[in-house]
Design a protein around this ligand. Structure first.
Ligand code: ADP
Length: 769
């Protein structure tokens, strides 16, 4: 709604509501007063009419009483009824005629005998009529009464009076007077004080309980004894009057349906209801003109107020409209606009502020446009750069895609199984070779843990402890973890088949964090078979070689006992042959031991052993060798160790190899220290020498089969490179560990540990030689 209209509306509201309220109250008051006046007037009329009816009735009764108590009439009637004769009849009739002539309004006087038969009458035609069924007869037998309205043969309204004729306490007849109804109708046809529409109605309740009109009405002269208002018309006062109610009815209708105001009265003696009424139109006519006047005043006030309020609103709203229009144009971007309102009020001030603001806005807008232009050109440059970098990214993506295709081709065609996991060891990549080797479908295992899907077991089917599993080792050390053909690592398939594998688990480290593991593995069943066959061959051939070699050894020994005829040179040669034979026997024994260890045929029979004593035995055995090189040995035992359940032969072999190596690779006159102590539930032994040491680059291979370091070969050309391999196999199969520290030219210390719990017994076919 526009502000102008709002203002007009508000002014109208403020002025007109009280005005209309006042008009309404004034009109209601006037109407109430008028109603009160009309009601009291109607009540007065009704009361007057009622007393008139009562007076007329009382008068008629007085006259009736005069007749019924007249001794003459009683006597004549009594004798006539007892013995009728024309003379007496004429006498009575004469008497009654006198009455009709004397009393105005009495039209006919008759006497009925107790059976209801008219015996005497001023109208001879009535004699002989049976009136026993009429009310006036029945009532007249006991009391003097004004009984009922009737119509005579001319249609004129009559009022019947009747009363008993009692002689000597016996009712000898009933006196019946047919009176002229005008004494009553003259009362109802009196309209004084009732205006043009008002009237008085006289009604009674008929046999059906409806209201029966007794007198002519102002608008229906034929109403007497014919107009009836049925009892269900409760809005018509006649029904209430006939019912004996004395009430005021403000909003009712009359027998013609005209809206009226009415007052009712009741005369119980005659059961007559009186209605005094006037039409509403006439009753309210005095305030109709007042209403019109008030309406005229209202319309006039509305028009004037409308005019004034419109002018006032216009004065207030036109600067605001101007301001709004100005703001709208500015809002649309026209900053050249200025407003001029030359008033000294708040709106004038507001227009000045507006002009100032728009000027500032114009300036800052210009500045903004300049900045936008600069930014736009900068953006264009950026956009170009962005486009270039997008192209570069696309080409990188192409390269990446290319690499990806290459990587996928590699992964698909590579012979090794490849399984990549995330840092939680959940599988994310599986290549076809891995699926083939492990008998899996990659879609079934994506997202599952590698350790659960393919358990890593040893050759007996025992699950490898967590810390020794390649994938876990790679995660904990953050370094690649590899196994070789000699390590017993098997992947156990779903069907229970164990696949020997050589594997490499490499962590993928990004920004110092492991983001996954790449597990590359190879089925080494074939290699294992070849190795086994090799071991079997070595075992067989060593075994076969031992017998002839032993025979040769004995032959040489026998030969050497009798060397008298040999030259010195021949004796030297014989000694060499003997030494070589001994070395060959030693080599063959070593090979045999290795093949026995590798094939798992070696038996382990643990017994409680004092390892310090065992080490001393080994030292004693090698005393001669040490003495030859002038080497001294120191036993360093710091702890008191319990006896340990160990296979003596195997542990003896370990000490012998380590001490013997220390002697072989130490210079003459040096010192060896053999220490035994306990640590973390293990017995730890170390053999320390001050010998040639092991070159740094060759350290990783020192426990490999047949491996000999380059410097060792110079010092001792005849070594086999099998001793440490055997030692490692024995220590690890006993649940222990072996390691060393070495510096070239300074010396070497070999350590091995054995759990104090000892070895587990194992039934086998052979022992070490
Ligand atoms: P062999 O001693 O017969 O060569 P081993 O298996 O006993 O075979 O030893 C393997 C190699 O380990 C040796 O050839 C040598 O290079 C190195 N080695 C072993 N013990 C020592 C040691 N105490 N000092 C230096 N090198 C050693």
């Amino acid at each position: 709604m526009k502000i102008n209209n709002k203002l007009v509306f508000v002014i109208l509201e403020i002025t007109l509501i009280p005005l209309f309220l006042t008009i309404f109250v004034a009109y209601s008051n006037a109407k109430d007063q008028l109603e009160t006046q009309i009601i009291s007037k109607l009540q007065a009329v009704a009361d007057v009419q009622k007393s008139r009816f009562e007076n007329t009735n009382r008068e008629n009764l007085e006259k009736l009483k005069l007749l019924t108590h007249d001794p003459d009439t009683l006597r004549l009637t009594d004798s006539y009824i007892k013995s009728p004769n024309s003379k007496q009849l004429a006498t009575i009739q004469n008497k009654l005629n006198n009455y009709t002539n004397l009393i105005p309004g009495f039209k006919e006087i008759s006497i009925a005998n107790p059976d209801g038969i008219i015996v005497v009458s001023t109208n001879p035609a009535s004699i002989g009529h049976d009136v026993s069924d009429f009310d006036f007869f029945q009532k007249g037998k006991t009391t003097n009464n004004v009984t009922e309205f009737l119509k005579d043969q001319n249609g004129a309204l009559t009022l019947n009076l009747s009363g008993p004729l009692i002689s000597k306490d016996t009712t000898i007849g009933v006196l019946i007077i047919v009176s002229d109804g005008s004494s009553i109708t003259s009362i109802t046809s009196n309209y004084i004080g009732l205006g043009a529409t008002g009237e008085t109605l006289l009604v009674t309740k008929d046999k059906n309980g409806d209201a029966l009109f007794l007198t002519p009405s102002r608008f229906d002269p034929g109403a007497p004894l014919s107009r009836i208002v049925t009892k269900d018309n409760v809005n018509i006062p006649s029904v209430h009057a006939a019912n004996g109610e004395e009430i005021v009815m403000l909003d009712s209708v009359d027998y013609l349906g005209t809206p009226i105001i009415a007052v009712t009265r009741y005369i119980p003696e005659s059961s007559w209801g009186i209605v005094a009424k006037i039409s509403q139109d006439e009753a309210y006519s005095p305030i109709k003109s007042t209403g019109s006047l008030l309406l005229f005043i209202g319309i006039l006030s509305l028009t004037i107020t409308l005019f004034i309020s419109y002018s006032v609103a216009k004065t207030f709203s036109s600067p605001i409209t101007k301001l709004t229009e100005f703001a709208r144009k500015v809002g649309l971007g026209d900053l050249t606009q200025r407003i001029s309102i030359n008033t000294k009020d708040e709106i004038g001030v507001l227009s000045l502020v507006f002009n100032e603001t728009v000027s500032k806005l114009q300036l800052s807008y210009q500045d903004l446009e300049k900045k936008i232009a600069e930014r736009t050109s900068q953006l264009l440059v950026n956009l170009k750069e962005l486009d270039e970098s997008r192209k570069a990214t696309l080409s990188t993506l192409e390269d990446v895609n290319h690499e990806k295709v290459k990587f996928e081709a590699l992964l698909t065609n590579i012979g090794e199984g490849v399984i990549a996991t995330d840092e939680q060891t959940n599988i994310i990549v599986v290549n076809p070779a891995a699926e083939r080797i492990l008998g899996l479908n990659k879609n079934e295992i994506y997202g599952k843990s590698l350790t659960t899907v393919v358990p890593v077991v040893d050759k007996d089917g025992n699950v490898i402890p967590v810390n020794k599993r390649p994938i876990n080792a790679a995660i904990s050390t953050m370094k690649p973890f590899s196994t070789s053909i000699n390590d017993d690592y098997y992947y156990q398939r779903k069907d229970g088949v164990k696949i020997p594998v050589s594997l490499n688990a490499s962590p993928v480290v990004i920004n110092g964090r492991i983001s996954g593991i790449i597990n590359v593995f190879r089925d080494i069943s074939h290699e294992k078979n070849v190795d086994r066959m090799k071991t079997e061959f070595v075992s067989l051939s060593s075994h076969q070689l031992r017998t002839p070699l032993t025979a040769i050894k004995w032959g040489i020994e026998a030969f050497m006992e009798d060397v008298g005829n040999l030259s010195l040179k021949q004796k030297e040669d014989l000694k060499d042959i003997n030494n070589s034979t001994l070395r060959m026997i030693e080599l063959v024994n070593s090979l045999l031991n290795i093949s026995r260890i590798e094939s798992g045929r070696i038996e382990v029979i643990p017994q409680p052993i004092n390892i310090v004593k065992l080490a001393n035995d080994v030292v004693s055995k090698l005393k001669l060798e040490m003495t030859k090189k002038g080497i001294s040995i120191v036993m360093n035992v710091t702890d008191i160790l319990p006896t340990i359940n160990l296979d003596e032969k195997l542990i003896y072999n370990v000490y012998q190899n380590l001490v013997s190596n220390a002697i072989s690779y130490s210079p003459e006159g040096s010192k060896i220290v053999l220490s035994i102590f306990s640590k973390n539930g293990e017995a730890v032994s170390s053999v320390q020498d001050a010998g040639i040491g092991i070159p740094e680059g060759e350290k990783p291979h020192i426990f490999d089969k047949f491996y000999r370091a380059s410097n060792a070969r110079q010092v001792r050309p005849d070594g086999s490179g099998l001793g440490l391999y055997i030692v490692k196999s024995i220590v690890e199969s006993s649940g222990g560990k072996i390691w060393f520290e070495s510096t070239v030219g300074k010396g070497t210390t070999f350590y091995f540990s054995i759990p104090l719990t000892g070895m587990k017994e194992k039934r086998g076919e052979v022992s070490l030689t």
